[in-house]
Design a protein around this ligand. Structure first.
Ligand SMILES: NC(=O)c1ccc[n+]([C@@H]2O[C@H](COP(=O)([O-])OP(=O)(O)OC[C@H]3O[C@@H](n4cnc5c(N)ncnc54)[C@H](OP(=O)(O)O)[C@@H]3O)[C@@H](O)[C@H]2O)c1
Length: 309
């Protein structure tokens, strides 16, 4: 196979730099399925991956990109055939295993999900890790009692970003009516126990925003927590938990078991088909440095997807 394009992240004199280069399949991490990548996406974690001290990549050089969709070129695993359309999110991709910011990827079969009927390769990346995480957050809140029949008051933080914007759409498609979206300019409230305003909070931001919201959750309510865009520390007392029975639900999309993934993607192909409502911008590999700058400045909206070729 001839050379193909990839975004390579390297460490030079202690600083992380990235450049678009021509590489060969020998530079891809090992795996039993070779995929021609059609689309990838840009998540907050991909932005962190190209920052000095970002904490996502430990061994350089690396190809970032925690999501990809594409077509199987060759497979040593019976579950996947040449020509089959597939998607991959999370696991070690874009961290310690070369990821989606290249025209080809070699991936362990255990990480791969067949593309469900009803979703295109592009749709899968409009959703990507962001949508998958929004779905896991909603599933966790519903397991804790959230139900459209009770008409709960729901708050989504970081609602202009990838996870938050898709979460708002999925909640609406699931029949919820009282969906509030919080932006980072909201006033911070540091009360130990505040007025009970929300039954459920889908938190994407963490930090001071999550800290301020815990005391505002109704008796028996829950907050799901998936992100750290607003900081990794939270400050709380035990009061929301011991006086109001509030639940804090941790969400991880990276190592979510492979066996549970296809059912979630099937839901995206049906009831949760949110593509028409999504703010999506299509970019090429060479546009990525500019997209990362926008994330740094907080000027991006919705989802950026990367089209290859
Ligand atoms: N646990 C998991 O498996 C998992 C999976 C995916 C993502 N995540 C995490 O979830 C978060 C969101 O990811 P994403 O891909 O949706 O990122 P994104 O598109 O960059 O969205 C993040 C949003 O957070 C808000 N925000 C950013 N900086 C903030 C600050 N300093 N204070 C308050 N709000 C701030 C902004 O929304 P507003 O302008 O609306 O405030 C921003 O649009 C990230 O922390 C990411 O690491 C975790």
């Amino acid at each position: 196979m001839d050379g193909f394009k990839a975004l390579l992240v390297k460490e030079e004199n202690g600083a992380v730099v990235c450049s678009l280069e021509e590489i060969t399949t020998e530079q891809l991490s090992p795996g039993n399925v070779l995929i021609k990548v059609a689309y990838s996406s840009v998540n907050y974690k991909d932005y962190l991956a190209v920052q000095t001290g970002g904490g996502v990549i430990r061994n350089y050089p690396m190809i970032p990109g925690i999501d990809l969709s594409g077509t199987v070129v060759s497979s040593e695993d019976d579950r996947f055939q040449t020509g089959q359309e597939v998607l991959v999110t999370g696991f070690q991709m874009g961290m310690s295993h070369t990821g989606g910011y290249a025209e080809y990827a070699r991936i362990p079969a255990d990480w791969i999900v067949p593309l469900p009927a009803g979703l295109s390769l592009r749709d899968a990346m409009v959703i990507g890790t962001a949508g998958f995480t929004a779905a896991l957050s909603i599933n966790a809140l519903e397991s804790a009692g959230m139900n459209p029949e009770n008409n709960p008051e729901i708050l989504v933080t970081g609602a202009a970003g990838g996870v938050g914007s898709i979460a708002v759409q999925l909640l609406a498609r699931s029949g919820y009516r009282n969906i509030n979206a919080l932006s980072k300019n909201a006033q911070k409230d540091e009360a130990v126990l505040g007025t009970q305003r929300f039954h459920y909070v889908l938190d994407v931001v963490g930090g001071g925003i999550a800290s301020a919201l815990l005391p505002q959750i109704h008796y028996g309510g829950s907050m799901s927590m998936c992100g750290n865009a607003g900081g990794v520390s939270i400050q709380t007392t035990v009061m929301p938990f011991i006086l109001r029975g509030v639940n804090l639900l941790g969400i991880d999309s990276v190592n979510y078991p492979a066996a549970g993934r296809p059912a979630i993607w099937e839901r995206f192909a049906g009831q949760w088909h949110v593509m028409a409502d999504s703010i999506v911008r299509e970019v090429g590999l060479s546009d990525l440095p500019q997209v990362f700058d926008e994330i740094r400045q907080g000027t991006h909206m919705g989802r950026n997807i990367v089209k290859h070729g």
